[in-house]
Write a protein that binds this ligand. Structure first.
Ligand code: AMP
Length: 110
């Protein structure tokens, strides 16, 4: 069986999509940490930052984040987070960026 986000990318599991194009999809996180919390997921299956190839769908992540943040009206700012591995708390082994906003965000993160 393919990974959870592979199944969302394939349309086998429903998600609350806010954006999709030929390289990436974005959908609302089921456990939001802020008023707006979206996951941006390359369609290509890559486990995480530690295994990104030199080129691929992940290269378009930042441009997608910018577009989606504009569409969601996050004019006051937002944060983009990618968790890699156990110490960062990565729970889904399909590369994804969290786009978080809609409130003042603390720094440093926990
Ligand atoms: P990470 O811990 O960085 O691997 O992030 C995985 C994220 O996926 C968590 O924030 C979860 O709340 C979120 N998540 C897990 N399952 C789903 C799902 N079916 N739809 C949307 N978000 C999900």
């Amino acid at each position: 069986m393919s990974c959870l986000f592979c199944r969302i990318v394939a349309g086998e599991i429903p998600a609350s999509k806010v954006h999709e194009d030929e390289r990436l999809i974005a959908f609302k996180d089921v456990n939001p940490q802020a008023p707006m919390h979206v996951l941006i997921v390359p369609r290509q299956e890559i486990a995480g930052v530690a295994s990104v190839p030199e080129s691929g769908d992940h290269q378009f992540l930042l441009n997608a984040a910018k577009t989606i943040a504009e569409q969601l009206g996050l004019a006051n700012g937002y944060r983009i987070v990618i968790n890699q591995g156990l110490d960062a708390g990565q729970t889904v082994d399909h590369l994804h960026a969290h786009l978080i906003g809609g409130r003042k965000l603390r720094w440093p993160p926990g």
